[in-house]
Design a protein around this ligand. Structure first.
Ligand code: AMP
Ligand code: MG
Length: 700
């Protein structure tokens, strides 16, 4: 199968040196190694490019890795050209012919003269045209006035590729003729330099460690356009996405693309498979959006208990983010999308856990021991080369692989060292102070499962078992909108009846604490057109929208009104305190959590409902906050009918609650370090009775 460890893509250029600063229409190199994209490399001229590609080949060969190198110019010419030029219908005869004659340097080359020399070998005018120089060159027309040269205008591959230029045109925007004349000699030199290691596709069987493959960035235009929308240099996006695309193909797909019979003209890899390339370039497909009716509630329900509401969310929601691969350096805090399997055992071989002396336990007699020491030692990364004979000991240092003949180690502190021998007390157990191969993780073990938010320790574990890249979900993007005519920005001028917007800073910070990307969409007055615009923006830029305020069914409650209008809203009257109705809806395929305006209720509803819902959409699966049974530091008579959350904190082993349950008291939110959850039914709580305390940290 066409498995490659590294995929490199070169965007070639037939022009002169493009200077020190990265720019477009220059040479660019994109590399994806073990599924991890490196930053695209800008290359100022072809001599640099040849040196860099040769260095890459050397490095990959030295490490025993298979390398795919794509180039974006034709490897062959239309049928009949090779025969006409060299007398042999062999593309490599053309490569040799060109390499012998091209004179190429950073500031000048003879490609136009060379094209004229080629034209002279064919009848009529052409096939090459477009003299880009000031001076006239006999036999190389400036305009396309060719006739009678007898060669096809395009290769079969180009016939099938709308927008592809012919290799006969030497200049003008997008022309590729100059790239072929300057590129093939470079490939030919590399091919000779790494003889036997490089296979040129599709002319040679690709069973060698390095493959040179013709490819064309135009095939992934849709993916490039999407990436370009965020800025950056087009060529850089092209090589990065092409490398990612080819690396990300399923092996069978890649095999299908590489199974081509075009012995003279060559082919463009991926032609007729553009959809697969584009999919692979964009990471895996994003799942379909949620259904408009995903928040519908059973008819006739007045108050929904908290647990039922949660069960509904759990049932209706699914991951809404795409999956990509990245290196360990970028993975912290991201959500794992595929199981991670150990590529190697940890530890890979039996080793010593301490500094000391190693020997075979079977060679020990009764009582106190004296063992002769062999020459040399075993240290971490520097194994002892020989065998330790039975009855002898060897110096070992922590982490060293156990030498052959050693299964037990004695701590150096328990040893007296003499001239060429050591003495120690008896009673040591077999395999003391050693670590067995694979005692921590065996090769093939599943070490992490999907849904996990990757911790620093997870990254250590992955590295230890040889896993360098992880498939993770793209971070969930959450838009935050505050609604209400009374709101002004904190620090701004607040008039009569106006209040500062407290929810937005709180909600964006919460979203970030959960590990998601927050998009602050600002404040919106109680005005339907303005709110509609904000929701449109949220749906375009985010995976989830959190609004606060305007969620009930009053005159100024435009969030619920708009969601209702869109026919995709349910007012969830949840039996919970604090928290007025929660408006759950879908706007343009994007779920909207219409939170209460009151900051205390907004925060409680976010923690209790939006938090697990967002986790599900982020790929984490259903998460439940870890609560603890603790003695109450308060007393309270609770009425039946609603679950209650009290602002609370732990002091002296007891949960104390804020002095007021008033839902306008933002100071109590800040005072609290968690919530006490009181059951749906009635309860009489006395000082010291067990209550459930959930630290805010448990909601993360
Ligand atoms: P509403 O849900 O829009 O009826 O608002 C309920 C209460 O919360 C009202 O007293 C609002 O003024 C207040 N409120 C709404 N949004 C915010 C906000 N972003 N910051 C602070 N208070 C708010
Ligand atoms: Mg309001």
């Amino acid at each position: 199968m066409s498995q490659f460890d590294t995929v490199a893509m070169v965007d070639w250029s037939g022009g002169n040196d493009t200077g020190a600063r990265p720019r477009k229409d220059a040479i660019w190199l994109g590399v994806t190694r073990d599924g991890v994209d490196a930053a695209p490399v800008y290359i100022r001229n072809r001599m640099e490019a040849e040196r860099i590609v040769a260095g890459l080949i050397e490095q990959e060969l030295a490490e025993g890795r298979r390398l795919f190198v794509g180039f974006d110019f034709p490897f062959g010419f239309p049928a009949g050209f090779a025969e006409g030029l060299t007398g042999r219908a062999d593309p490599f005869a053309v490569w040799d012919w060109l390499e012998e004659r091209i004179e190429d340097g950073p500031r000048a080359n003879n490609r136009f003269d060379l094209a004229a020399e080629i034209n002279a070998r064919f009848p009529g005018t052409g096939p090459f045209w477009f003299n880009g120089l000031k001076r006239d060159i006999p036999g190389l027309p400036r305009k396309d006035s060719r006739e009678g040269h007898g060669l096809p205008e395009r290769r079969v591959a180009e016939e099938r590729t709308p927008g592809a230029f012919t290799c006969w045109q030497l200049g003008g925007a997008g022309a590729v003729g100059g790239q072929v004349l300057t590129g093939l000699p470079v490939l030919n030199r590399l091919r000779r330099r790494f003889a036997g290691e490089v296979a040129v596709w599709p002319f040679e069987a690709s069973d060698r460690p390095v493959a040179f493959v013709e490819i064309w960035p135009g095939l992934i235009n849709p993916a490039v356009k999407r990436a370009e929308a965020a800025g950056g240099i087009r060529d850089a996006h092209q090589v990065r996405l092409l490398a990612r695309a080819v690396a990300g193909l399923h092996p069978e797909e890649r095999d299908a693309m590489l199974t081509i019979d075009a012995p003279e003209e060559g082919w463009i890899m991926g032609l007729d498979h553009e959809d697969k390339l584009n999919r692979a370039a964009g990471g895996t497909l994003k799942p379909p959006p949620l259904r408009d009716d995903c928040f519908a509630l059973p008819a006739g329900v007045a108050w929904t208990p908290v647990d039922e509401a949660l069960a509904l969310l759990r049932d209706r929601l699914q991951p809404v983010v795409g999956i990509t691969r990245q290196g360990l350096g970028e993975a912290r805090g991201r959500v794992l999308a595929e199981p991670v399997v150990a590529r190697r055992a940890n530890p890979p071989q039996a080793n010593t856990a301490v500094d000391g002396y190693g020997f075979a336990h079977a060679s020990l007699g009764e009582g106190d021991q004296v063992l002769p020491l062999v020459e040399g030692r075993a240290a971490a990364g520097k194994p002892f080369p020989g065998v330790v004979p039975e009855g002898s000991a060897v110096r070992v240092l922590t982490g060293a692989a156990l030498p052959e003949g050693v299964d037990t180690v004695i701590l150096q502190e328990d040893v007296r060292v003499g001239e060429g021998e050591i003495a120690f007390r008896g009673g040591l157990k077999p395999r003391a102070n050693t670590r067995k191969a694979g005692e921590d993780v065996a090769e093939g073990d599943t070490i992490l499962t999907p849904g996990r938010v990757l911790t620093p320790a997870d990254l250590a574990l992955c590295a230890a078992v040889g896993v360098a890249a992880l498939a993770t979900y793209e971070p969930l993007t959450v838009a935050v909108i505050s609604t209400g005519d009374e709101l002004v920005e904190a620090g701004g001028k607040a008039g009569e009846g106006q209040i500062y917007d407290a929810n937005r800073p709180m909600l964006t910070a919460l979203v970030e604490e959960f590990g998601y990307r927050a998009v602050d969409l600002g404040r919106v007055p109680d005005d339907r057109a303005a709110l509609r615009k904000a929701l449109d923006r949220g749906a375009a830029e985010a995976d989830v929208i959190l609004t606060s305020g305007g969620a009930s069914s009053g005159d100024e409650d435009h969030v619920s009104a708009l969601l209702n209008e869109a026919g995709a809203m349910a007012e969830w009257r949840i039996a919970l305190k604090p928290g007025r109705p929660l408006a759950l809806g879908v706007w343009g395929g994007t779920p909207v959590f219409g939170l209460p305006g009151n900051p205390v209720a907004a925060m409680v509803c976010t923690l209790v409902f939006a938090r697990p819902a967002m986790a599900l959409m982020a790929g984490q699966g259903w998460v439940e906050p870890q609560g603890f049974e603790v003695p109450a530091g308060f007393s309270k008579a609770k009425k039946p009918g609603r679950r209650e959350y009290l602002r609370a904190r732990m002091r002296d082993g007891r949960a104390e609650v804020f002095k007021s349950e008033g839902s306008g008291r933002i100071s109590g939110l800040s005072w609290a370090e968690g919530l006490v959850e009181l059951p749906d039914g009635a309860a009489q709580i006395e000082l010291g009775d067990p209550v459930r305390y959930i630290p805010f940290g448990s909601f993360r």
